[in-house]
Write a protein that binds this ligand. Structure first.
Ligand code: NOJ
Length: 534
């Protein structure tokens, strides 16, 4: 599809930058990041050339899942600050030309939420049906075999009433009953509350899980369980989730949610969806009945890091997005996945970064990836993530290593927190070398390479609005593609191996991951990424 940049919306032409608020900037010396800290760092965010910041949850929460367990959707947790400080953050972001996106968690509340507390008062409670309750099985056991993502059953017994309630995550994260229109109305008012406060968009947590099949049948065993472990969820992967995921009613609710977003000008939502391509793209909806603006495409995270595999997926995804009239998007990292530099290896880091920022579609960047942050080993006594703590036999289930504090400078506390304060998660050992301050001063740093890529996107409209076509590079380990707009053509050459590869590139090299500007036709060096004009 050839589109003109001027016709694109901000969430199509821009880059989304995800901030995990606990780890960005601590302003009050308690070892946990907060809103004034983020506000103070917004000029840095703007300097990256990104368009929007997405904040992981900042709402009132007992923090058993670090904010993905919301106790009040319309207030800020004191650890992060106040509503006034949030307003100041939005004002400063807008002054800098940045959009603000919040994390909307509609599938479940915290068990501390007033709605659930009221539901617990008994079967006659007005809020009882706001959650999903089942009687025990005839033998007195669990209602069915459904499992929590974090291991163990998806049901917990409420002893007072003798009924079980559903939770796809922790027992302290009861699932809301989206079949109940009052629940939908209340949750849609939450969106309106934040949009009225100036919020530009939402990342919607586990949007593909909103509804469950009403028959509550057992889910079948997954014959491919060994191969399909996502994010270390070993036990959860043993079932095929045909009754708890991607239900027809979920599509209805997402369409309804979209109508609420469209009550306000120029807002958007991106849905968290871990599904194969044929089930993912339908979440864009149709022109008559749109759904999410962007269904997160996590395939760069899930696929093996191999040039052929990625080329094939990029071809299929681009063609399918065009056919569906959907805008594509790409993700390399987030707070649930190991750091991409650790996943693909340090040598491939810039190849991956170049891919993310030159493919057709909106890139989402996870904080710290622009300076090459890697997984930080967290010793058992410092682990806090419930997913890791509940699944000790699964080495990949813990998400602490990718959530550690941002590395700003070589000083004690890394510029994240006050000297002498222990941050909520440990800092990496090498923060004195890998940090923003050091990299600002080095024209060859990862940070400046990231900025060179975002500058290139601004200077070359073909990289943003141009069509995509993969090229036959002549090598199984070189992925090459072109982006074209109104006769302007760029080609991108990515060497997935350490050996030099001769390529048939012509034109002028605009950028190389090696920091120089080799002739376009010169062989690609090992692990080199190159963007060529012409
Ligand atoms: C997906 C979020 O990304 C993850 O961090 C969280 O634990 C679960 N949803 C539950 O909300």
């Amino acid at each position: 599809m050839t589109s003109l940049q001027g016709e694109l919306k901000w969430w199509q032409s821009g880059i989304i930058y995800q901030i995990y608020p606990r780890s960005y900037q601590d302003s009050n010396g308690d070892g946990v990041g907060d809103l004034p800290g983020i506000t103070a760092r917004l000029p840095y965010v703007a300097s990256l050339g990104v368009q929007a910041v997405w904040l992981s949850p900042i709402f009132k929460s007992p923090m058993r899942d670090f904010g993905y367990d919301v106790a009040d959707y319309c207030d800020i947790d004191p650890v992060f600050g106040t509503l006034e400080q949030f307003d100041a953050l939005v004002a400063e972001a807008h002054r800098l030309g940045l959009k603000v996106m919040l994390d909307y968690v509609p599938n479940h509340t915290s068990s501390d939420h007033a709605w659930f507390q009221e539901a617990l008062t008994g079967k006659a409670s007005a809020k009882r049906d706001w959650y999903v309750w089942r009687d025990p099985a005839p033998d007195g056991g669990l209602p069915n075999n459904w499992k929590s993502f974090f291991g163990g059953p998806a049901w917990t017994l409420d002893e007072a009433s003798g009924q079980y309630y559903l939770h796809q995550f922790l027992p302290s994260q009861p699932d809301l009953n989206w079949r109940n229109p009052d629940v939908r109305a209340a949750m849609f008012d939450v969106l309106r509350f934040w949009m009225r406060r100036g919020v530009d968009g939402f990342r919607v947590d586990v949007i593909w899980l909103l509804a469950e099949d009403e028959r509550f049948l057992d889910e079948p065993e997954n014959p491919d369980a060994d191969r399909e472990v996502v994010g270390g969820q070993i036990e959860h992967s043993t079932l095929l989730h045909i009754y708890t995921q991607d239900q027809p009613e979920t599509h209805d609710y997402v369409r309804e949610m979209r109508r609420v977003i469209d009550e306000f000008d120029d807002r958007m939502m991106v849905g968290e969806i871990y599904l194969p391509l044929d089930k993912l793209l339908p979440y864009s909806g149709t022109p008559e009945a749109p759904m999410v603006h962007l269904p997160f495409n996590f395939h760069l995270i899930l696929l093996p890091w191999d040039a052929q595999t990625i080329r094939q997926f990029a071809d299929e995804y681009d063609a399918a997005s065009n056919a569906a009239g959907a805008w594509p998007n790409w993700v390399l990292g987030n707070h649930d996945q190991h750091r991409f530099k650790t996943r693909v290896g340090a040598a491939q880091y810039r190849v991956a970064q170049t891919l993310l920022l030159t493919l057709r579609g909106t890139p989402t960047v996870y904080y710290g990836d622009e300076i090459g942050m890697e997984n930080v080993p967290v010793p058992p006594e410092k682990m806090v993530d419930p997913s890791g703590l509940q699944q000790p036999d699964s080495p990949d289930a813990g998400r602490d290593p990718e959530r550690t504090p941002m590395q700003w400078e070589a000083a004690p506390g890394a510029g994240f927190t006050a000297a002498g304060t222990e941050p909520w998660l440990p800092l990496t050992d090498n923060f004195a070398q890998v940090n923003v301050q050091v990299q600002e001063q080095d024209s060859q740093s990862d940070l400046n390479y990231f900025r060179a890529l975002t500058r290139l996107r601004q200077e070359q409209p073909a990289l943003v609005g141009g069509s995509y076509r993969s090229l036959d590079s002549g090598h199984a380990d070189v992925f090459a593609f072109e982006r074209e707009l109104n006769g302007e053509r760029l080609t991108v050459w990515l060497n997935f191996r350490g050996e030099e590869r001769a390529v048939a590139a012509t034109g002028q090299t605009l950028l190389s991951s090696r920091g120089d500007q080799p002739a376009a036709q010169s062989p690609l060096r090992g692990h080199e990424a190159r963007v060529v004009l012409g």
